[in-house]
Ligand binder design. Structure first.
Ligand SMILES: [Zn+2]
Ligand SMILES: [Zn+2]
Length: 267
């Protein structure tokens, strides 16, 4: 019923409990998840999760916060993107939150890394999983410059303003909401979510981080994505089942996966 469009099941705290997490997911009717890559070093592990489980898929990318890791060249991304069950490029983007004493000008390496990922999305036709934190103007500018209006994808774990949401939607991107939507103080974000058309919404956990209320502060897992769906349903004045269905269809459409309800059973 539900899809977690962004989780980090390769992180040790989740991978060590994978069997239990899969049971929890089944009990919560979370039937699919996208395993997000954050370093090239981690990719084989992320990819192995998707190869071993027919309801997991993988992406390839290097997170903007990761320093001291292998710097991806276009070919590093293209080679991995061509492998089975790799359905997206990312997560990638810009993050000016942890400058650690540096200026935005000093983060040119991050912007160049982002450009390499956009070129990979352009070359493969795969959607881009975009992370942006305190950097939305540069994120949108670089996407427009490099994407040539042809790159699609998702702004994940969205926490930006209505204006940023509208700019992302205008570029053809989806918006993904995480457990932050359920946080008591997230009034402004809930107003944004109310206005994003449901056909452009995805839901995610970004687990192990950002567990939704009422589990806030605990280790998150894909099994908690229904709490995000419930919050979105309340904001839209809809049934949770309809939000689950719409966000699942949006996920299939964006990542070009089959709709299981339309896939004829094998005879
Ligand atoms: Zn992120
Ligand atoms: Zn993430």
């Amino acid at each position: 019923m539900y899809v977690d469009s962004h989780c980090h099941l390769s992180f040790p705290e989740l991978q060590a409990r994978l069997a239990d997490i899969r049971k929890d997911m089944a009990a919560a009717q979370v039937d699919r998840a996208l395993c997000i890559c954050t370093t090239l070093e981690e990719f084989d592990n992320v990819h192995a999760l998707a190869l071993a489980h027919d309801n997991f898929w993988a992406t390839v990318g290097v997170h903007p916060d990761n320093e001291g890791v292998q710097e991806p060249q276009l070919d590093d991304l293209l080679r991995r993107a061509a492998l089975p069950r790799v359905v997206g490029i990312g997560e990638t983007g810009l993050d000016y939150y942890r400058l650690n004493g540096r200026s935005v000008a000093d983060m040119a390496w991050q912007r160049e890394r982002f450009r390499v990922h956009i070129r990979a999305a352009l070359a493969t036709g795969l959607p881009l999983v975009v992370h942006t934190r305190e950097s939305s103007a540069d994120t949108l500018k670089i996407l427009a410059e490099e994407g040539q209006g042809r790159v699609r994808g998702v702004f994940h774990c969205f926490t930006e303003t209505q204006a940023v949401a509208e700019a992302a939607l205008a570029m053809g991107f989806h918006i993904s909401f995480s457990g932050i939507l359920t946080f008591r103080n997230a009034h402004a974000l809930r107003e944004v979510a109310r206005l994003v058309p449901l056909e452009r919404c995805l839901i995610e956990t970004d687990s192990p981080y950002l567990a939704p209320a009422p589990h806030r502060g605990r280790t998150n897992s894909p099994a908690y994505v229904p709490f995000v769906a419930a919050q979105l349903a309340e904001l839209k004045g809809m049934e949770i089942a309809d939000v689950a269905k719409a966000t699942s269809r949006n996920f299939e459409h964006l990542f070009k996966l089959p709709n299981p309800e339309l896939t004829p059973p094998l005879l």
